[in-house]
Design a binder for this molecule. Structure first.
Ligand SMILES: [Mn+2]
Length: 434
């Protein structure tokens, strides 16, 4: 009985005590106490700092810097450090291509692909011997061959902007491998002039630019006679010119076509009355390229999923244009390595033209493109597939259909397009073409 009474009074005594605490003795949780203590330490430090380095001007109610105070050694060193370069006339760290991330390379210089050196004379037929390079990035600002959302004429500069973040560097997946610091001299030749008023003239301007580019001299390190190019589109029609230029140097090429759509459509099956002008567009150029005799019969699509316009399109894809297919959903059955294996087996030793449509990616990865198709690959899956193709003989390439109108807030599509281009350049560096 006594014990119970004792326990009862102890419990209620404690509670009663709690209620009787003065306001400045309020009970706090452990977290609140720790927070208060940390904040006090901060306040103490701040006050100490203020006392040490500032004087209070009571009259004007202001803080004055105490000029005569002694800075601690480490602070004093920073404050007195001579930030003038050893030789003020030495500007070697300010040249384009000489800066690094610490020096501010990401925003420096002109807008070139991955800060590559700009070359003004790639399309100048009088400079073929003087100007040598191994791989050229060029822009093909053209979007009047597209059937849905235009804007890809702004793609080349947008993709370049997406590579502002590049600073040379080494691959995290290939030990010690660098695209930039390797045997190949890679340059950015700028954009080709392409008229927006006549597709026939524009595609011919691009073809002649690529043709003269391939006639330039290569460096001593290059076993091949012709430079190679990656064209930044532009809508997909630009591939027509690229395949034509590559065919002239290498004979028939095999096309590795990353796309959600076939692009081998025979326009006359869709509409027998289509004009010749309208018949060449971003959905038909591969059909034309095969008809012209520029492509082999071991071409392959990767990432298909767009609905067919005509019931006969998938059949004619092979019979009229020589393509086999890897569907987007094949990744769930044969996996990334199955896809790589199938592409390599199909292409064999043929000279390969890689034509890349950014809409092969899922809209979640690349929303800013002309003809969006849900259900695509992620950027990780796609980059792993391209990187897995090391060893194929890439003679030319393009990255198309980046229409940056939807990228205004985050540049996501352009950044991925830039990364895809870097992976394609890596394939070119890994396997020179003789
Ligand atoms: Mn396409």
């Amino acid at each position: 009985m006594l014990t119970k009474q004792l326990l009862f009074s102890l419990v209620f005594g404690q509670l009663a005590l709690g209620f009787q605490l003065r306001p400045d003795q309020q009970m706090f949780s452990l977290e609140e106490q720790m927070l208060a203590s940390a904040s006090k330490k901060y306040e103490d430090t701040k006050i100490k700092f203020l006392e040490d380095y500032y004087k209070v001007d009571q009259e004007n109610n202001a803080l004055m810097f105490a000029a005569d105070i002694q800075l601690p050694d480490d602070l004093a060193q920073i404050a007195s450090q001579d930030i003038t370069y050893k030789d003020p006339d030495d500007t070697s760290d300010l040249y384009p291509g000489k800066t690094d991330r610490y020096n501010g390379i990401t925003q420096a210089g002109w807008l070139s692909f991955g800060h590559l050196p700009m070359e003004m004379h790639c399309f100048d037929g009088n400079m073929l011997d003087e100007l040598e390079f191994d791989i050229a990035v060029i822009g093909a600002p053209f979007d009047t061959g597209i059937s849905y959302k235009p804007g890809a004429r702004f793609g080349p500069d947008s993709i370049r902007q997406g590579t502002r973040r590049f600073s040379g560097g080494f691959s995290p997946y290939r030990k010690g491998f660098s695209v930039w610091n390797n045997w190949a001299k890679i340059v950015d030749c700028g954009n080709v002039p392409m008229t927006p008023l006549d597709n026939r003239i524009a595609l011919d301007q691009l073809y002649r630019s690529e043709r003269v580019l391939l006639n330039h001299t290569t460096t001593k390190e290059n076993p091949g006679k012709h430079p190679r190019f990656v064209a930044l589109g532009g809508d997909h029609t630009i591939t027509y010119s690229g395949i034509r230029a590559a065919y002239e140097k290498y004979g028939k090429v095999s096309v590795l076509h990353f796309d959600s759509h076939l692009d081998t459509v025979n326009p006359y099956h869709m509409n027998p009355n289509v004009t010749e002008y309208a018949a060449l567009n971003h959905g038909t150029y591969l059909n034309w390229a095969h008809k012209k005799g520029w492509t082999n019969t071991n071409n392959i699509h990767a990432g298909l999923r767009g609905w067919y316009e005509d019931i006969g399109d998938p059949e004619r894809d092979y019979t009229e244009s020589g393509f086999s297919k890897i569907m987007a959903r094949d990744i769930d059955s044969i996996g990334i390595h199955g896809i790589i294996h199938k592409i390599k087996k199909t292409l064999g030793d043929s000279p390969v033209y890689i034509s890349f449509d950014i809409d092969v990616l899922d809209p979640a990865s690349a929303p800013s493109t002309g003809a969006i198709e849900p259900g695509g690959w992620t950027s990780r899956e796609l980059l792993q597939i391209i990187d897995g193709l090391a060893g194929i003989t890439v003679v030319g390439a393009d990255v198309t259909e980046v229409s940056p109108w939807g990228d205004s807030t985050n540049e996501i599509t352009s950044i991925i397009a830039g990364e895809v281009t870097r992976s394609i350049l890596a394939l070119m560096v890994i396997k020179p073409v003789e």
